[in-house]
Design a protein around this ligand. Structure first.
Ligand code: HBI
Ligand code: NLE
Ligand code: FE
Length: 468
């Protein structure tokens, strides 16, 4: 080991590329060809030394024979003592998850490489190797479908976009709009590049996007004042005061995220499009809300089927600043982790008819209105669902039209179909968030999982306790 440390020290000093004898250009090229990539901590790493000719091409050729299951993390070279034309080449290899040094050495020897192991280490995995977390794969700990155990694992969920993202379908209003499509590519890239803990890039919105935002803002604020629940209205004012909300400015996710963290511990992170319900709800368990950052196409300002930043910011953000609402959302998220397919669908539906389309009805408002007339006929409902609060079209339909409105009773709600490209045919109400929470808890208590989860807010991780 002393030998190894000495080796590393000397070569670190001689050049940041770690390949001192190769002209810088070649070294860069070499790294590119080998696609040397950054690795996460927590991966098994094997360090080996190989004798090679003093020639970058030969090194490239040698590395090309490396088995697929190992990837090169770092290489350094120095003149071999015994022969001035030979190099000692130190290679740090990142092994596939679950592979040990013996298997890796065997593989390399099979490929004709004369390697000597120097050191081998596996850091306890903090996060999981993404390549092994295919959607639907099983979890090593629970045997159920994989789910994030640490807030950083949401980097995996965030990338598994299942709808739109960068590519739009033919029925999307922006399908034929080349500028819009190019813009969407940029947003998709920002979201895909984002990692937990990084600042969310600020977007400079175009004139057209700001115009669309302004049109919707003016219209929605009018409707909110009439129809939104009080918690929403109060917190929306705070967003105007602290997060740059106004009809002339599209607020930045980074500012909102900081504000929400201080209020309820919620934060947001950018996402390129629609995720599976499983990945999406998993975020809530960590008090993370996945937010799109692009603006809907200007052709349809008052209704869009896919979430966009107008929906997230005008519809969702205010209530994540409310502690009871935040707790309700967090609990749906926790219940979703490792849930069976059937239970997951039910939770997604409960999420849909509360957080997206929920109504509330405080009994005080349904008796007498300000003119003194009895108010039983007029719908006394207030709105808290984000899908309504972000869509002028559907908000008016839900309150001014005559849709079916039923009590939020989970056993009934889960039978309702979630419509994603049209207005809902029914909405559900509770008196307040507390009632929604109680009902949700009664419902999730009956869900069966072979383990229980506990959220540890200090480590931002989920502890899994065996329940058998
Ligand atoms: N993904 N990005 C994103 N935004 C959503 O609102 C969303 C999602 N995936 C699933 C989903 N909503 C619904 O299935 C909820 O009912 C869970
Ligand atoms: N229909 C909503 C709107 O137009 O704002 C978006 C819903 C996203 C689930
Ligand atoms: Fe939403």
């Amino acid at each position: 080991l002393n030998h190894l440390e000495d080796f590393k020290r000397r070569f670190r000093r001689s050049g940041s590329l770690g390949i001192p004898f190769v002209p810088e250009q070649d070294a860069k090229q070499l790294k590119k060809e080998l696609s040397i990539r950054e690795v996460d901590e927590g991966q098994p790493v094997l360090t080996v030394i190989v004798k090679t000719p003093k020639n970058p091409k030969a090194i490239a050729a040698m590395l090309a024979t490396m088995p697929d299951d190992v990837s090169v993390k770092h290489i350094e070279t120095r003149d071999a003592k015994e022969n001035q034309n030979t190099l000692d080449t130190l290679i740090e290899l990142e092994l596939d998850y679950g592979m040990d040094s013996e298997q890796a050495m065997k593989l390399m020897r099979l490929n004709g490489l004369n390697v000597n192991e120097v050191s081998f280490s596996i850091q306890p995995p903090q996060t999981v190797n993404e390549k092994l977390v295919e959607p639907g794969s099983n979890d090593a700990i629970t045997g159920c479908e994989w789910f994030p155990k640490h807030i950083k694992d949401l980097d995996i969920c965030a990338k598994r976009v299942i709808m739109y993202g960068a590519g739009l379908d033919a029925d999307h209003p922006g399908f034929k709009d080349q500028d819009y499509r190019r813009r969407r590519l940029m947003f998709a890239e920002v979201a895909m590049e984002h990692k937990h803990g990084e600042a969310i890039p600020r977007i400079e919105y175009t004139e057209s996007e700001r115009k669309t935002w302004g049109v919707i803002y003016r219209k929605l604020r009018e409707l909110h004042k009439k129809y939104a629940c009080q918690e929403f209205l109060d917190n929306f004012e705070l967003l105007e005061r602290h997060c740059g909300y106004s009809e002339n400015n599209v607020p930045q996710l980074e500012d909102i995220s900081k504000f929400l963290r201080a209020k309820t511990g919620f934060r947001v992170r950018p996402v390129a499009g629609y995720l599976s319900a499983r990945d999406f709800l998993a975020g809530l368990a960590y008090r993370v809300f996945f937010c799109t950052q692009y603006v809907r196409h200007h052709a349809d300002p008052f209704y869009t089927p896919e979430p966009d930043t107008v929906h997230e910011l005008m519809g969702h953000m205010a209530l994540f600043a409310d502690p009871d609402f935040a707790q309700f959302s967090h609990e749906i998220g926790l219940a979703s982790l490792g849930a069976s397919e059937d239970d997951l669908n039910k939770l997604a539906t409960l999420y849909f008819f509360s957080i997206e389309f929920g109504l509330s009805c405080d009994s005080h408002t349904d008796t007498i209105d300000t003119t003194g007339k009895e108010n039983h006929k007029k719908q006394p409902y207030k709105v808290y669902g984000a899908g309504l609060l972000s869509s002028a079209g559907e908000l008016q339909h839900a309150i001014e039209g005559e849709p079916t409105v039923l009590r939020f009773d989970p056993d009934r709600v889960v039978q309702q179909e979630c419509l994603i490209t049209t207005f809902q045919t029914a909405y559900f109400y509770t008196r307040n968030f507390e009632e929604a929470q109680q009902k949700l808890r009664m419902f999730t208590n009956n869900m069966k999982r072979p383990f229980v989860v506990r959220y540890n807010a200090y480590t931002e991780s989920v502890e899994v306790l065996n329940n058998q």
